[in-house]
Each structure stands twice: as structure tokens, then as C-alpha cells.
Design a protein around this ligand. Structure first.
Ligand SMILES: C[S@@+](CC[C@H](N)C(=O)[O-])C[C@H]1O[C@@H](n2cnc3c(N)ncnc32)[C@H](O)[C@@H]1O
Length: 248
């Protein structure tokens, strides 16, 4: 097992339950099923499905929901919360599915844990059916290189399995380099609270302190719009939702 894989497994095994509780409902306002053009007879796959929260958005809109993830403890959370999902431990770089077999291949909030995003998205394209779609949702970095560097330092301090937050332009390039054609895109922005983003149910106290210290010193450099609010901060979280298809 590589170091990166071990860190990812350790982090999500430790944090599975706290993560599942914190992130419940976080995609509810994004209009995901409509944006994905999902049809009732379709199969939806999510790569990096975690606790199944994103995949559950398709319950009632698709015929079959399949989630894969590298971390068994995350899938245990998904099994307990979403019994209709079929969940398999597997690596997104080597999906256990036939080529061109899945109508809608999705991945939410997993790409920022991936250092080599083009092979990852290429594998999503491989299993995507003729006429099918690939849907990617992930957090965004600003376009400024300096701010990206500070943001990624902060994110890695918070979660050592973080690989890279990327700007919108990088997502478009990754999808194109993976042999796909962007057909739609939306960007979302909302204000979050530091104390919720790093709550003690999910993170060790000493790590929370280290991240608080980083925000106090370098928060303005991250481009995340940190603003003090008593002994807490608020900040802006931006996400991209990008829909693509195989070129004809
Ligand atoms: C931040 S969580 C997101 C979970 C879920 N998609 C959501 O949005 O709530 C990232 C998940 O991606 C998984 N993951 C990261 N790299 C992966 C890979 N190469 N293959 C499969 N799963 C992966 C992690 O184990 C973790 O459960």
C-alpha cells in the first residue's frame, strides 16, 4: 500500500461517523438529479461514495445506485443509512465494471483527495456507456496560484489525505484531457463556519488547535474569505458541478 493510500484509509476509517453526521444534506440544494439529466431506467455509479450522501440524491430518480470507495468504514456508514445502495470496496483508478456499462458515472468531493486526476476521470469515462454522462462535484480553489498554495496548506493541515483543491479552469482541463466534452457547469457558493468544518466529533482537539492557529496567521492569504465571528470564523466554500459526455 502506498503512503498516500494508507493516510487516506487511516483518515476516513477514523473520521467515518463524524464525517457522515457533519455532511448530511450538504448537496440537497444543488438540484443534482435534474442537472445530471438522469432517467428512471438508468444506473448511477458514484466513485468515492463515502457515506452515500451524494448517491442518495438519486433515490427514486434512477433504477440502480452503485457506490464504490476505498474505505470500508465509510461504506459501513452508507450501508446503515442507505440500504438501497449497492456498495463495493474498490479503487477509482481500477473500477470493477465493464467498459461502457454505466449510464451516469459520478464523483463528489473525492477528486481533491486524488493527486492524479486525469487517469481517475479517464477510468470514469471508460465505464461510462455510449450516450452516458460523467458528473463531477468538488470544492474549488481560487484561480490565484499563491492563494491556491495557502488554501492547500490549510486543507492538508486539516486533513492529511487532502491532495489538491483546484480552480474551475483545472476541472475543465482535467475533463477534456480525460477525453470528455463538458456539456454543463454550475458553481455554488455559501458561507460556512469554522467550528462546524472542524468539529470535535470528527477531528482531534490538537489538530483543531493547529488549524485555528494557521487561520489566525494566514487566513486572508487563502482566498477563502475568512471573517472573525466571536471566537469562531466564517468563510466561503465554493463548489463546481460539471457534466460531461463522451464526444460522438
Ligand atoms: C470527502 S469524502 C466524500 C464522500 C462522498 N462522496 C460525499 O461527498 O459525501 C471522499 C471519499 O473518497 C474516497 N476515495 C478517495 N480516493 C479514492 C479512490 N482512489 N478510489 C475510491 N475512493 C476514493 C475516500 O475513501 C472518501 O470516502
Amino acid at each position: 500500500m502506498t503512503d498516500g493510500r494508507r493516510i487516506l484509509n487511516e483518515e476516513f476509517e477514523r473520521a467515518a461517523e463524524g464525517f457522515a453526521r457533519r455532511t448530511e444534506g450538504r448537496f440537497d440544494q444543488m438540484g443534482v438529479p435534474l442537472f445530471s439529466r438522469v432517467a428512471p431506467n438508468e444506473t448511477v455509479l458514484e466513485v468515492g461514495a463515502g457515506a452515500g450522501t451524494f448517491l442518495s440524491l438519486f433515490e427514486g430518480s434512477a433504477a440502480r445506485l452503485i457506490g464504490v470507495d476505498l474505505t470500508e468504514a465509510m461504506l459501513e456508514q452508507a450501508r446503515a443509512r442507505h440500504p438501497s445502495q449497492k456498495l463495493v470496496v474498490a479503487d477509482g483508478f481500477k473500477l470493477p465494471f465493464r467498459s461502457r456499462s454505466i449510464d451516469l458515472v459520478t464523483s463528489a468531493q473525492a477528486l481533491h483527495h486524488v493527486f492524479k486526476p486525469v487517469p481517475f476521470v479517464s477510468e470514469m469515462r471508460r465505464v461510462c456507456a455510449q450516450g452516458g454522462r460523467v458528473l463531477i462535484v468538488d470544492q474549488l480553489a481560487p484561480e490565484s496560484y499563491e492563494q491556491i498554495a495557502f488554501m492547500n496548506e490549510l486543507e492538508t493541515l486539516r486533513d492529511p489525505s487532502h491532495a489538491a483543491s483546484r480552480p474551475p479552469s483545472a476541472f475543465r482541463s482535467i475533463v477534456m484531457a480525460a477525453g470528455l466534452e463538458v456539456i454543463d457547469e454550475k458553481i455554488f457558493e455559501d458561507r460556512s463556519r469554522f467550528s462546524r468544518w472542524m468539529w470535535p466529533g470528527e477531528f482531534p482537539e490538537e489538530r483543531i488547535e493547529r488549524v485555528r492557529d494557521f487561520v489566525a496567521r494566514f487566513g486572508p492569504e487563502t482566498g477563502m474569505g475568512f471573517e472573525p465571528d466571536g471566537d469562531d470564523w466564517t468563510f466561503t466554500r465554493r463548489r463546481i458541478m460539471l457534466l460531461a459526455r463522451r464526444p460522438a
